[in-house]
Ligand binder design. Structure first.
Ligand code: 5GP
Ligand code: ZN
Length: 114
């Protein structure tokens, strides 16, 4: 837990979020400013700022959750695919300093990657 981390606050229930998947180690919830319907974020419940800070077992648990929910989210919003990605570091566009994987549903003909 990091006191001033938005995503830790979501894990702790102090900031509301629409949860789509939860395990002991991982939480997935809908993005507050979705790039597409069903845009979800998958995070480790333990605070880690960058991918390199993440315990490898936890990284595995995060990826397992991504693999499990991406097809479910696609089906839920009738998407044709999904962009799955991490902005790792400020230079890469990371705004929230708690590792998160974006799952962005994509639709045939929706025009270009986000
Ligand atoms: P980044 O640019 O760090 O890769 O992405 C951060 C993502 O977190 C953005 O897509 C943004 O919309 C989302 N986000 C930021 N604050 C909140 C929040 O309080 N709740 C939720 N559900 N998403 C958030
Ligand atoms: Zn955090």
């Amino acid at each position: 837990m990091s006191d001033d981390c938005i995503f830790c606050s979501i894990v702790d229930g102090d900031i509301p979020a629409r949860t789509v998947h939860e395990t002991d180690d991982v939480l997935a919830f809908l993005d507050a400013n979705p790039l597409a319907p069903g845009h979800a974020l998958v995070i480790p419940k333990t605070h880690a700022e960058r991918l390199g800070d993440l315990d490898p077992d936890l990284a595995g648990a995060v990826f397992d959750a991504v693999a499990a929910i991406a097809p479910e989210i696609e089906a839920a919003v009738d998407a044709d695919g999904a962009n799955v990605g991490i902005n790792d570091g400020e230079a890469a566009g990371q705004e929230v300093p708690h590792v998160h994987v974006h799952v962005v549903p994509r639709f045939d003909g929706d025009g270009g990657a986000p």
